[in-house]
Design a protein around this ligand. Structure first.
Ligand SMILES: Cc1cc2nc3c(=O)[nH]c(=O)nc-3n(C[C@H](O)[C@H](O)[C@H](O)COP(=O)(O)OP(=O)(O)OC[C@H]3O[C@@H](n4cnc5c(N)ncnc54)[C@H](O)[C@@H]3O)c2cc1C
Length: 370
C-alpha cells in the first residue's frame, strides 16, 4: 500500500483534511475505532465559521443565539437575534466528512491503530492483521494523546485536563448557553450548560468529576437524570513542532485548541486548510506559517488562562461587575466573535471607562491581555 498522504486519526480534523486532499492526491486514513463519533465533546461550534468551513448542515441539532453568565452571586446576559453557535452531533459531523472524502476516492481503514514508524512506513494493527503502510507524507490527527507526536518526538509543557460531560434532563432555555464561573467549586475551569432542546442539555467542565457533581446540585439538576456520561482529555498549551520532516500534526494532536473554552473543532479545520495548501503547494514546511492567525489566538488564550488561574472568586466577582455593565454588554453584543476572543478583548479594552474599571479590579488581567 502506498499513498501520497496517510492521515492517522479519523476525527473531525483528520476527516476534514482527507476531504480537502482526496481527489487531488492518493489519501489513506487510519482510524482506531470501528465507527465515527463517541468522543466526549459538547459540540458547540461558532455558526459563522461552521458555514465558512463548509461543515455539514445535517450535524446541527440546535442553534444558540445568546449566553447567560453566572458567578457565585451575579449574572448577566449577552444576546443576538441570529444564531451565534450551533450544537452539533459529533458522530454525524465526523461521518459526513468521511463520506465526502470517501466519495472523492480516499481509502479508510477502521479498527486500525497506528503503532509507530519503521523504515519510513506506518505500522498499523488492523483487525488482527499487521499492516505496513507507506506514504510520501504522514499526518498525525490522532487527538490530544497523539501517538504520532510521541513518535516524532514533539514536545509539550501543556496543561492536560480531564473533561467530564453529561447529557441531563432538566429545564433549559433552548437558544441560550449557560456559563458558570465558581472557583469555590472548580478553580480550573468554568461549567457549561449547553441545551439540545428545552428538556435536554450537555453539562460539563474540565477539572474534577467531584466539582461537576457539586455543580449539578447548585444548578438543581439531578445526577440520576442522566442520559449519557463521557470523559476525555484536553491539552492547553503548545506542542512543537507541528511539522517534522515528512510528518505533520493536526488538530488536538498539535494542541490546536482554544485555551479559553477548550473548543478545538474550528481551529483544527482552519489548520487543516493551511496544511492542505502547504502539501498541495509542495511545501509542507510552510504549514506553521500559514497557521499564524490560529497561533495568535492560542497565544492570547494562554495569557487569558494564566490570568484566570491567578484570580480568586472575589476577583471574578469584580470582573463580572465590569462585564455585566451596560457599556460592556453593548460592546460584546456588537463586536464579539465566537471564535475570536482576542477581538472581543481588544474591543473591551479600547473603551477607556471599561479599561480603567478593569485596571482597578484586576491589573493582572489587563497586564496579561495587553
Ligand atoms: C468534555 C469536552 C468537551 C468539548 N467540547 C467541545 C466543544 O463544544 N466544541 C469544540 O470545538 N471542541 C470541544 N472539545 C474539544 C474537541 O473535542 C477536540 O478539539 C476535537 O475533538 C479535536 O478533533 P481531532 O480530530 O483533532 O481529535 P479527536 O477528536 O480526538 O480525534 C482523533 C481521532 O484519532 C483516533 N486515534 C487516536 N489514536 C489513534 C491511533 N494510534 N491510530 C489510529 N487512530 C487513532 C481517535 O480514535 C479519534 O477518532 C471538547 C473536549 C472535551 C474533552
Amino acid at each position: 500500500m502506498r499513498y501520497d498522504v496517510l492521515i492517522i486519526g479519523g476525527g473531525p480534523a483528520g476527516n476534514y483534511l482527507a476531504n480537502l486532499l482526496a481527489g487531488e492526491m492518493r489519501v489513506g486514513v487510519v482510524e482506531r475505532k470501528g465507527a465515527f463519533g463517541g468522543k466526549a465533546c459538547t459540540g458547540i461550534v461558532g455558526a459563522k465559521n461552521y458555514k465558512r468551513l463548509g461543515f455539514p448542515e445535517e450535524a446541527i441539532i440546535n442553534e444558540l443565539r445568546g449566553a447567560s453568565f453566572y458567578s457565585r452571586i451575579q449574572s448577566f446576559e449577552i444576546s443576538r437575534s441570529s444564531a451565534q453557535a450551533y450544537m452539533v452531533d459529533r458522530k454525524t459531523l465526523e461521518r459526513k466528512l468521511a463520506e465526502r472524502a470517501l466519495e472523492k476516492g480516499a481509502d479508510y481503514y477502521l479498527q486500525a491503530t497506528f503503532q509507530g514508524f519503521k523504515n519510513g512506513r506506518a505500522i498499523v494493527q488492523h483487525v488482527g492483521e499487521r499492516l505496513e503502510i507507506e506514504a510520501d507524507f504522514y499526518v498525525g490527527a490522532d487527538g490530544a494523546n497523539s501517538t504520532v507526536a510521541k513518535a516524532i518526538g514533539a514536545r509539550t509543557d501543556a496543561e492536560f485536563l480531564s473533561g467530564y460531560e453529561i447529557e441531563v434532563i432538566g429545564e433549559f432555555r433552548r437558544d441560550f448557553v449557560e456559563v458558570w464561573v465558581n472557583k469555590d467549586i472548580n478553580d480550573k475551569f468554568f461549567f457549561w450548560v449547553a441545551p439540545l432542546n428545552e428538556r435536554v442539555a450537555r453539562v460539563g467542565t474540565l477539572g474534577s468529576l467531584r466539582s461537576l457533581r457539586e455543580f449539578l446540585r447548585i444548578r438543581r439538576l439531578k445526577p440520576t437524570s442522566v442520559l449519557e456520561f463521557k470523559s476525555g482529555s484536553v491539552g492547553l498549551g503548545w506542542r512543537r513542532a507541528w511539522v517534522k520532516d515528512n510528518v505533520a500534526l493536526l488538530g488536538d494532536a498539535a494542541l490546536q485548541i482554544k485555551p479559553t473554552t477548550a473548543g478545538g473543532i474550528v481551529f483544527g479545520a482552519f489548520c487543516a486548510n493551511a496544511l492542505a495548501d502547504a502539501i498541495l503547494n509542495g511545501n509542507p514546511g510552510e504549514y506553521e506559517k500559514l497557521c499564524k492567525a490560529i497561533k495568535r489566538q492560542i497565544s492570547f488564550g494562554l495569557k487569558f488562562r494564566r490570568a484566570f488561574l491567578g484570580m480568586s472568586q472575589d476577583d471574578i466577582e469584580k470582573v463580572f461587575e465590569v462585564l455585566g455593565s451596560r457599556e460592556a454588554i453593548e460592546v460584546i453584543e456588537s463586536q464579539a466573535e465566537f471564535d475570536d476572543h482576542l477581538k472581543t478583548a481588544k474591543a473591551i479594552l479600547k473603551r477607556p471607562r471599561l479599561l480603567a474599571r478593569l485596571l482597578k479590579v484586576s491589573p493582572s488581567i489587563v497586564r496579561y491581555l495587553v
